[in-house]
Design a protein around this ligand. Sequence first.
Ligand code: FES
Ligand SMILES: [Fe+2]
Length: 400
Amino acid sequence: MNTIPARVPDTAPSTLGARALPAWAYDHGELQRLELERVLLPSWQIVCHVNSIPRPGDYATLDFGRESVFAIRDRDGRVRAFHNACRHRGARLLDGAGRCAGPVTCPYHGWSYRTDGSLLAIPSVETFPGIDRTDLGLVEARVEITLGFVFVALRGDPPPVAAAWAPFLEELAPYRIEEMLPLGPITEEHWDADWKIAMDNYLESYHVPVGHPGLYRMFTPDYADQRHAPGIARGIGHLRPQESPRWAERVYQRHVARIATDLPEDYRRSWRFYSALPNLGIDLFPEQMDFFQIVPRGPGRCTIRGGSFGLPDDRREMRPLRYLGARLNAGVNAEDRTLCARVQRGLQSGSYRPGPLSRIECWMVEFHDLLAARIPEIRDPAPPATFAGVPSRSSGAPPR
Ligand code: FES
Ligand SMILES: [Fe+2]
């Protein structure tokens, strides 16, 4: 087993006395309902990148809990977002991603909407005497574009997303994220772990030396580079000068800095990870960028939604570098998936009591504090009596 160097930033908050959340909180239906209502839906969520929908009529949907929303580029070139429910009898309008060559047309009875959300036409309109179309446009969702991503707020009035990212905009500028293009479609992967277990995992690098041996072979641990602004934690891994004995890792180590010439020298040999509360992350590699978003899928289950993007670059050597980077990351992702599922299973042991947290896990504590501020019961040692009657998945409830 690797020895973990004790290099934690002096600025890291103390975790003295801090413990992980109680086991029940990672597998409970009523709690998840409250998490969606009070934490996730009133926060900014990524739908896509602006360059995922470059032409008028291009759209991308985001399904989130019981909600669904789509971002669309309107005829004037503006990105807008609408709740994905027809104003007639509520049918879902769009799926996945694609392009509406004409209006957005409901697949049920054919009501159609312009790309600015206004109601365009109703089949057999004469059968709706006295109808007022002006009040029947799609319900618009708040949109904010930051770092090239289309963020939407499904509920409430969260503070501007740009404000949260402001402390990092300068260091992110060399990547030119806004100019990147999608390298493939947005993907979804189902994990057998509660969304909070996945987020806990993305908020700490304590597990890297043991849980990700490949990363540890290639990179120095990032403890000294952890930096924090409210709601966002950043870690940086620097490529080690010693080459890995593994072929793919070694080839990547050897060539990445030579190929990633768009970036300043000190960026060419590092991977940067930004985890944003409550459920998002952006990872920057010298050759590409990805985002991830953790979407609850019932207690004890979640979906990891994400996509990869890169600057336009048709040099012959960039393609294999991106392939290698993606392959190495897929391995890391598979390790995280397995580790999170192991936590989910381990928490079902009646013997488990939350253990102490390292200072390297301090951003988890901020995450749990945020949850507890909106749902105080989350730190109770057992589900409160008011949550009774809402079974968890492990107690035999059917998945949603
Ligand atoms: S539900 Fe959309 S047209 Fe009827
Ligand atoms: Fe990990």
